[in-house]
Ligand binder design. Structure first.
Ligand SMILES: *Cc1c(COP(=O)(O)O)cnc(C)c1O
Length: 384
């Protein structure tokens, strides 16, 4: 008999989502606009800011990828431009650069947060400027929920006057020095894909800081229709708005977001305890108290010289055999066939983490039984 699959990260409904969906049906708001969309935007905004800072606006969109695409357009990224992007990330961080006909310039990670390295970032900026092309934007990612080095990265952004697009797709509920991730960038994006900490099945949001920018984002996301009784267009538009049905799921999910964060952090603590007496396996943790990760995914790195020869692959296969999903870390973009022509600045940190790192089941809906099976499969591998 095969055992039930344990997933890396699966949707975890709170229960009230269906109420918002029923509202949409009752009032025939079956469209990419409506009270759930407006309400979901307000929920996100008040979560990010505690309603204190009116300067940010949230636009709910069809995906995080769409949000990144609009962010690049709003920053004026065009054909032939260069945009700096953290190399170790999901391809969705980088693909929209190419949608705009621009070139990604990839930058390595530092080993504390696994995110974009300030030293390599500044190197890259200086050299691109010397070559005659100042990068138009920096895409920095809070990978697996861990905040990037916010102060260092934004200091460089200010010094060279290059805006930051904050990819907070994995980091809703994380914070840095008490400020929520999603509020640092000139523009920020969130994702509500099925595997994220909360989900709308598919969806995303753009967080803007400049007054008027949300309006422009929604204009572009709704086919860039000019004001006229007929359909008139002066620029290219997109169909990127979020469905009122999906937004209903989002409203219910916002009610349980803090519970989901503590559920994920409990999984992280489970792995810290599990590996505390295992030599050569490090559970990736916050560098200090400035950082608070939602631990969307719990990550280990395995040093086979210290584990007595047990490698990342041994652990991965041992879990796979027990029908437990796990996955190597994101393969860096500069190693991807599709980006092999793109410039890269780094010293191989991301490559090493890609080789030795493993994402472990991290869902807030895992049971004691699941944890027992995970523990057994991992310890099996060490007791052989
Ligand atoms: C999921 C994700 C995205 C894209 O979000 P979608 O909603 O799936 O389009 C972008 N960046 C990162 C880092 C992600 O994990």
């Amino acid at each position: 008999m095969t055992k039930d699959k344990i997933w890396l990260s699966s949707p975890h409904m709170g229960g009230t989502e269906i109420k918002y969906i029923n509202d949409a049906f009752d009032n025939n708001w079956i469209a990419p606009l409506g009270p759930n969309v407006t309400g979901f935007e307000a929920d996100i905004k008040s979560y990010l800011l505690g309603q204190e800072d009116p300067s940010i606006e949230v636009a709910a969109l069809s995906s995080g990828t769409a949000a990144l695409h609009l962010a690049l357009i709003l920053l004026g990224v065009k054909q032939g431009d260069e945009v700096i992007c953290q190399s170790m990330t999901f391809a969705a961080s980088a693909n929209p650069i190419v949608y705009q006909g621009a070139t990604p310039v990839f930058v390595d990670s530092e080993s504390e947060t696994l995110n974009i390295c300030p030293v390599q970032l500044e190197e890259a900026i200086k050299e691109r400027i010397t070559k005659g092309k100042k990068p138009k934007a920096i895409i920095a990612v809070h990978l697996y929920g861990m905040p990037y080095k916010v102060d260092d990265i934004h200091k460089i952004s200010e010094k060279y006057e290059i805006p930051v697009i904050e990819d907070s797709a994995e980091a809703l509920g994380s914070h840095y020095k008490g400020k929520q991730c999603g509020t640092f960038g000139d523009l920020a994006i969130l994702s509500f894909n099925g595997n994220k900490i909360i989900t709308t099945s598919g969806g995303g949001a753009l967080v803007t800081r400049k007054p008027g920018l949300k309006k422009e984002a929604i204009f572009l996301a709704t086919q860039a229709r000019d004001e006229a009784p007929h359909y008139q267009h002066s620029q290219i538009g997109y169909n990127y708005r979020l469905s009122n049905i999906s937004a209903g799921i989002g409203r219910g999910q916002m009610e349980v977001l803090d519970k989901r964060v503590s559920g994920r952090r409990d999984m992280f603590q489970f792995y810290v305890n599990l590996f505390q007496n295992v030599n050569g396996v490090e559970v990736h943790s916050e560098p200090n108290d400035d950082y608070f990760s939602n631990h969307w995914l719990s990550i280990i790195s395995v040093d086979e010289n210290k584990t007595g020869g047990i490698s990342r692959e041994d652990i991965r296969k041992s879990l796979e055999l027990e029908n437990i999903e796990c996955r190597p870390l994101w393969k860096p973009m500069h190693m991807q066939p599709v980006f092999k022509e793109s410039p890269y600045y780094g010293t191989g940190i991301a490559e090493t983490f890609f080789k030795n790192g493993l994402c472990l089941p991290s869902g807030s809906n895992l049971t004691d039984d699941d944890r027992f099976r995970i523990k057994k499969a991992i310890l099996n591998c060490f007791n052989k």
